[in-house]
Design a protein around this ligand. Sequence first.
Ligand code: BGC
Length: 255
Amino acid sequence: MRLKDKVALVTGANSGIGKAIAERFAAEGAHVAVNYRERANNAEVAGQIVKSFPTEGMTVAGDVSKRDDVERMVAQVVAKFGRLDIAVSNAGLEIKKPFLEVTDDDWNKVLSVNLYGSFVVAQAAARQIVKQGPGGKLIFISSVHEDIPFPEYASYCASKGGLRMLMRNLAIELAPYQICCNNIAPGAIATPINQSVLNDPEAMKNALGEIPLGRFGRPEEVASVAVFLASDEADYVTGSTYYIDGGLTQQVTKY
Ligand code: BGC
């Protein structure tokens, strides 16, 4: 068990990559707080995820783009488990739109969850970790698009590019507290965010043509790297981005 008795908060953990990370952390012995945003049947889904854990976990409702929500979530985790060791900032969204049509509302929605949300989660978690004493892990779920462009996703790319620099800065600023900060940059992973591509054979063909390993990744394949980064084995790893993309970012021009 690589995370025995650690306490972790995973945002956006009711589906996709966040869910896989929460489940894997619990399987590795961690107490995991599963964050979800209150809407539709998210609370029920989050509750079922926690019930399936072999360890004691909890659900925490809240919108990461609201500071009060995030601070309350961290306080709830500490009230129940007495500490926080690992925060995974995973909640995110993307809006596809040609740049000339992007509205302020689109832009602000994406930036407020993906970038501002990550800032607040990292800050609230780090303040708690600093209070406890040395050691802790901040993991940001970024994207290959923290580095490579994605036409019609300007706001998403800007948020992930910002996340790259946020993480690198925090790696330095939080190093005196032995808090390690790293990004995981997934490529095309089979999750709800990619459902429209997964359902469209033509789009799938184009997408697979850009992935050297020739397939979409699985959420569990992202979770396995998250376990490493959250574990004591990664105590000397900080300031890096880990690409989990089947080689997507190494693609060469083929003509
Ligand atoms: C995006 C997906 C996209 C993938 C690879 C991810 O960050 O969320 O929509 O398929 O990057 O381009």
